[in-house]
Design a protein around this ligand. Structure first.
Ligand code: HEM
Length: 126
């Protein structure tokens, strides 16, 4: 993250976030634990996630401007999220990040930042 004040800038802005999201969701859909939770038309989810991660990583508040307060735990309540599913989500993100040319240290910082919310969204034990 040297010389960048936000992760958002370090990954290359919205274009960088979009690239990660486009590599992430095909892995999510293929994952037997979490794929079935998602709609077959993943495009709207990818657009929302690009907007959300933009603001989550310090960029402009694209998601809140469009959809209001994120309330992400509440938005995930309709889906049964077990500890295993949280790990599967993070595993897909780890793979998506590994396919970028972002520095390993930055990838770890991003995973670390996502790990809190992912575990916070757990709403069901196995
Ligand atoms: C812990 C494992 C997770 C699972 C199993 C999961 C699953 C889901 C599912 C099923 C949806 C709804 C798709 C739809 O039908 O529209 C969704 C939406 C979303 N998720 Fe997750 N998610 C997880 C973690 C996360 C994390 C860590 C973040 C970001 C920090 C995140 C951000 C979002 C966003 C921004 C949306 C779109 C919300 C909206 O509809 O406005 N999710 N997620």
């Amino acid at each position: 993250m040297n010389n960048y004040s936000t992760i958002y800038e370090a990954v290359g802005g919205v274009a960088g976030i979009k690239g990660i999201v486009e590599s992430f969701y095909p892995k999510v859909l293929k994952n037997p634990l979490i794929g079935p939770l998602f709609p077959p038309n993943i495009q709207p989810v990818m657009e929302k996630q690009t907007m959300f991660l933009t603001q989550f990583f310090g960029g402009p508040s694209l998601y809140s401007d469009e959809y209001g307060h994120p309330m992400m735990r509440a938005r995930h309540l309709p889906f049964p999220i077990t500890p295993e599913r949280a790990e599967a989500w993070l595993g897909c993100m780890r793979e998506a990040l590994a396919e970028t040319d972002l520095p390993a240290e930055l990838q770890e910082v991003m995973l670390d930042r996502l790990s809190g919310p992912a575990h916070h969204f757990i709403n069901q034990q196995p």
